[in-house]
Design a protein around this ligand. Structure first.
Ligand code: SF4
Ligand code: SF4
Length: 425
C-alpha cells in the first residue's frame, strides 16, 4: 500500500477519554493557570466540539486554549484509558492552521530554521555570534535576552574549556570498539541539531563506535517535519517525511536520532503518512541512548570516572512520546562516580516545545520558572537532557537566573568519559 489512509486524522485518538481527570496534575499548563480549559480534559472537550462542528476552527477561545498547549504529551502516560492526545492535537491544529493560517512569526521561524539554503546561512551567523561570547553576556529574561541565552546554551562545553585540546571531528578519530563485527546505524542530522549542536552528532558517532556501531551518513535527508506538524502544517510535514523515507531507503539498519523531538515524530511517520513505508521507517528509528543501552542484559561499555553531580531532565518527547525511560539511565550508569541528583517534577515539560517558547513566551516562561527553581534547589553541576529545544530552554533559564550550570546531552558526558578512558586514538 502506498496511499494515505483516510480517517478522522487523529481525532479518533480522543475517543477513549472518560473524563476521569487523572491527567490534570500531569499537565504543566493546568498547574500554571488552574483553568480546566488549559487541562488535557478541557482541551479534549474543545477538540471534540471542533470535530463535531459545534465550535468553528476560528473560535477565539478554542484557539486560545489549544495554542497554550505545549504538546508535551505528559497527559498520555498517566491516562488509564490510553487516550492518544498527541494525535488529536495534531488533527485539531491542522484544522486551525487551515482556518486562520499560521502566524507570520511561526512562518518566519520555520523558514529560517528549516529551509536548507536559508538555515545554513542563519546557523553559520548564529555560530559566529555565539563564539564572540556576546549572547552569554546578554542572557536574561525578556524576549530578546532570553533568545540570547538560548543561543549561548548551544555552545559546546568542551570547546570552551581552557587548557584542553579541542575535540576533533568524529571522522578524525578511531574508537577502540568491542571485538565483534560492527553493526551499521544511519545518522539523522536534523535542522537545529545539525546547525547548532553538531558536536552532539560527533559525540554520537564516537560513542556508538566504541559500542560496536559503524555510523553512516545519509545524503538527501531533510528536517524531520516536527516543527511543522506542531504548527499545524501537516502537509509540509508529510512532504518532509516522504523525502526522509526515500533518503534512508528500504534497509533494516537502525536510524539513530539524538534529538527527542525529531525521534518522536519519525517513529510516527506511519501515522503521519498513513502508509506502510512510513511505518517501516518509524520502526527503524532509535534514540541514540536506546542503541547505546543495547539489549536488556548489557549497557554501554563503561568509561572513565567523572566525578559529577548530574540532574537528568528527560525530554517529554523521549519519555512521554517515545516511552524511552531506562536507556538514558544506562548511559549515566556507564560513567563511574557520576551521581544522578533527584529533582522533583523532572518529568514535567520545560516549556520549550518546539516553537512554543517563541510563540507563547508568557506560558513558556511560567512553566520554565518552576523547573529552574527546582533545579537551583537541587544544585547539580550539570543538567543533562537529550533534545536541542530543552537544552536551549533550560540553559537560557539557568543563565537568566544567574546560574553557571551547563546543560549537556547525555552522550556528551559518555563521550567525555570515553575520552578520559583512552577509548579514542
Ligand atoms: S485524557 Fe485520560 S486521564 Fe485525562 S480525563 Fe480523559 S481518560 Fe481521564
Ligand atoms: S500535551 Fe502537555 S500541556 Fe498539552 S494538555 Fe497534555 S500535558 Fe497539558
Amino acid at each position: 500500500m502506498t496511499g494515505r489512509k483516510e480517517g478522522r486524522g487523529g481525532f479518533e485518538g480522543l475517543d477513549a477519554c472518560v473524563h476521569c481527570g487523572f491527567c490534570l496534575q500531569a499537565c504543566p499548563t493546568f498547574l500554571a493557570t488552574g483553568d480546566e480549559s488549559d487541562s488535557p480534559r478541557g482541551r479534549i472537550e474543545l477538540m471534540r466540539a471542533l470535530e463535531r462542528g459545534d465550535l468553528p476552527a476560528d473560535d477565539a477561545a478554542l484557539a486560545f486554549h489549544l495554542d497554550r498547549c505545549l504538546g508535551c504529551r505528559g497527559c498520555e502516560p498517566v491516562c488509564p484509558s490510553g487516550v492518544q492526545y498527541g494525535h488529536g492535537l495534531e488533527a485539531a491544529r491542522h484544522q486551525l492552521a487551515v482556518a486562520r493560517g499560521v502566524s507570520r512569526l511561526a512562518r518566519l521561524a520555520l523558514w529560517a530554521l528549516t529551509t536548507p539554503r536559508v538555515s545554513k546561512v542563519v546557523y553559520w551567523f548564529a555560530r559566529r555570534f555565539r563564539a564572540t561570547g556576546i549572547p552569554r553576556r546578554l542572557a536574561g529574561w525578556g524576549r530578546f535576552r532570553f533568545g540570547m541565552g538560548m543561543l549561548a546554551a548551544t555552545k559546546p562545553a568542551v570547546e570552551g574549556r581552557r587548557g584542553r585540546k579541542k575535540v576533533g571531528k568524529a571522522s578524525s578519530f578511531t574508537a577502540l570498539a568491542r571485538p565483534r563485527p560492527p553493526s551499521t546505524a544511519l545518522l539523522f542530522r536534523g535542522c537545529v541539531q545539525q546547525g547548532l549542536f553538531s558536536h552532539v552528532h560527533d559525540a554520537t558517532k564516537r560513542t556508538l563506535s566504541v559500542n560496536g556501531y559503524q555510523v553512516q551518513e545519509i545524503s538527501g535527508q531533510v528536517c524531520c517535519g516536527a516543527l511543522h506538524a506542531h504548527a499545524g502544517l501537516i502537509d509540509k510535514a508529510r512532504m518532509m517525511a516522504r523525502v526522509n523515507v526515500a533518503a534512508f531507503g528500504n534497509g533494516d539498519e537502525p536510524i539513530v536520532v539524538n534529538s527527542a523531538g525529531c525521534g518522536a515524530l519519525m517513529k510516527e511517520y506511519g501515522h503521519l503518512l498513513g502508509d506502510d513505508a512510513g511505518a517501516r521507517f518509524g520502526a527503524r528509528v532509535r534514540d541514540v541512548t536506546e542503541l547505546l543501552a543495547g539489549d536488556a542484559t548489557r549497557g554501554p561499555i563503561a568509561g572513565a570516572p567523572l566525578d559529577l553531580h548530574v540532574a537528568y531532565d528527560p525530554p517529554c518527547h523521549l519519555l512521554h512520546a517515545q516511552g524511552v525511560a531506562v536507556p538514558p539511565l544506562k548511559v549515566f550508569a556507564a560513567i563511574p562516580l557520576l551521581e544522578l541528583v533527584s529533582v522533583p517534577g523532572a518529568a514535567e515539560c520545560c516549556g520549550s516545545a518546539g516553537l512554543f517558547t517563541l510563540l507563547e513566551p508568557e506560558m513558556s516562561r511560567a512553566v520554565l520558572a518552576v523547573k529552574i527553581e527546582r533545579l537551583r534547589a537541587a544544585a547539580p553541576q550539570v543538567v543533562a537532557t537529550g533534545n536541542p529545544g530543552c537544552q536551549m530552554q533550560i540553559g537560557a533559564g539557568l543563565k537568566a537566573a544567574g546560574s553557571a550550570v551547563a546543560v549537556r546531552h547525555p552522550v556528551e558526558l559518555l563521550d567525555e568519559a570515553y575520552r578520559a578512558a583512552g577509548r579514542y586514538e
